[in-house]
Design a protein around this ligand. Structure first.
Ligand SMILES: Cc1ncc(COP(=O)(O)O)c(C=O)c1O
Length: 385
């Protein structure tokens, strides 16, 4: 047996950029603003609740769809925050993270030969996950600088083979946020067609400047054809817990669970108990958005001392984009490596989020960090000549 005989399930079989940049950051003791994870502590109630759940004996398999208590808590939370009704029994499934939920939803709806439209730049798991189903990702570029959808380009990309469209709001990497009008435009494009929507809403609780997150679940015409995917990792700053959930209409949830039951089957039991108790506490309405907005503002202010040109302030998410086009002709992947090696700050080059590696010389900075981390990064970046 030779490993080269193993089937390549998808084209992008290289190590993903987050693994590469985080390893490089470690090697050069760089400040790591590359991967999207917080370096500050979670609410102390979370580890306490996790400990109590395990100690109380909740250490065996949870039900396949998730603990009923957690699904009830999610239904109440989503009703309170987004005004959306979701049936805990038939429409909510707890998953080991949102990335897994994206894979499972794709697996539930795709047949070999189908096409899936992705708006680029996009989170890097989408395309390989589509290819793993024998389907084809069709990239449509968001507009330069604003990262708003190009509706004509999206319309042109939709054809007879289009089986799904993936949307991400708030958006990684640009931090843009969809409005109700955006959902209306999408609904008009898919009306009368057999197209599913995968709506990646992992940053739904991180929206700034008084803006509101709008969920696909709020849209009456899109609700029945959509999978909405969420992550406790992002909303509770606990990415290492790897727990998320999928909300979809009953028939779609059934198809989703048919796959889920043979992938992970269920999700970490004590963590589900901890989350159910945590969500049942009096709501701290908007605390995560306020915290991250403060961090974004601090980072924007610090970046003024550096030669980078900031793009529009992120309206949501963990990320801020900045251009170095006036500083160097290096491709963004090389510039990011140079920054890590010579200046000790790791970032993500935005070209990696495009299938054609489109390069506008823009870097993604994760500001979900302690103030001291952001300060240290800015001090280092201000040394750039
Ligand atoms: C857009 C987007 N979707 C999904 C995820 C992953 O979520 P999880 O950690 O719950 O798998 C991320 C993480 O960076 C993301 O940026």
């Amino acid at each position: 047996m030779h490993p080269e005989n193993l089937p390549h399930k998808f084209a992008a079989a290289e190590l993903n950029i987050f693994t590469t940049m985080s390893a490089l950051a470690q090697e050069h003791q760089a400040v790591n603003l590359s991967q999207g994870f917080p370096d500050f502590a979670v609410d102390p109630a979370l580890p306490q609740l996790l400990y109590e759940a395990s100690k109380a004996g909740f250490n065996q398999y949870a039900p396949m769809a998730g603990l009923p208590g957690l699904r009830d808590a999610i239904a109440a939370d989503i009703a309170r925050r987004h005004g959306v009704t979701a049936d805990a029994g038939t429409e909510i499934t707890v998953t080991p993270g949102a990335t897994y939920a994206i894979y499972t939803a794709l697996s539930a709806v795709l047949r070999p030969g189908d096409e899936v439209v992705v708006l680029e730049p996009c989170y890097d798991s989408y395309k390989p996950n589509i290819e793993m189903q024998g389907a084809k990702p069709v990239g449509v570029k968001l507009q330069p600088e604003t990262f708003r959808p190009d509706w004509q380009a999206l319309k042109d990309a939709i054809g007879d083979k289009t089986r799904a469209i993936i949307v991400n709001t708030p958006h990684n990497p640009s931090g843009t946020v969809w409005s109700r009008a955006d959902w209306d435009c999408l609904a008009a494009l898919v009306s009368g067609r057999n197209i599913y929507i995968l709506s990646d809403e992992v940053y739904d609780q991180l929206v700034f400047d008084g803006l509101q997150h709008t969920s696909v679940l709020q849209h009456p015409e899109l609700r029945s054809r959509s999978f909405a995917l969420f992550s406790f990792g992002k909303s509770l700053h606990s990415t290492g817990w790897k727990i998320g959930y999928c909300i979809a209409a009953q028939d779609l949830t059934k198809a989703f669970r048919n796959i889920h039951q043979f992938l992970s089957f269920s999700v970490n039991t004590p963590a589900q108990h901890a989350l159910a108790h945590f969500l049942a506490r009096p709501a701290s309405g908007g605390a995560a958005s306020a915290l991250l907005q403060q961090k974004r503002d601090y980072f924007l202010e610090l970046m003024q001392q550096t030669p980078f040109r900031l793009l529009a302030p992120a309206a949501g998410s963990y990320f801020q984009l900045a251009s170095y086009a006036h500083l160097s002709d290096l491709p963004d992947t090389e510039y990011a490596v140079m920054l890590t090696r010579q200046y000790g700050v790791a970032t993500i080059p935005v070209s990696v989020f495009y299938s054609d590696r489109h390069d506008d010389k823009i870097l993604r900075f994760c500001f979900a960090k302690k103030e001291e981390t952001l300060l240290q990064a800015a001090e280092r970046l201000s040394r750039i000549g």
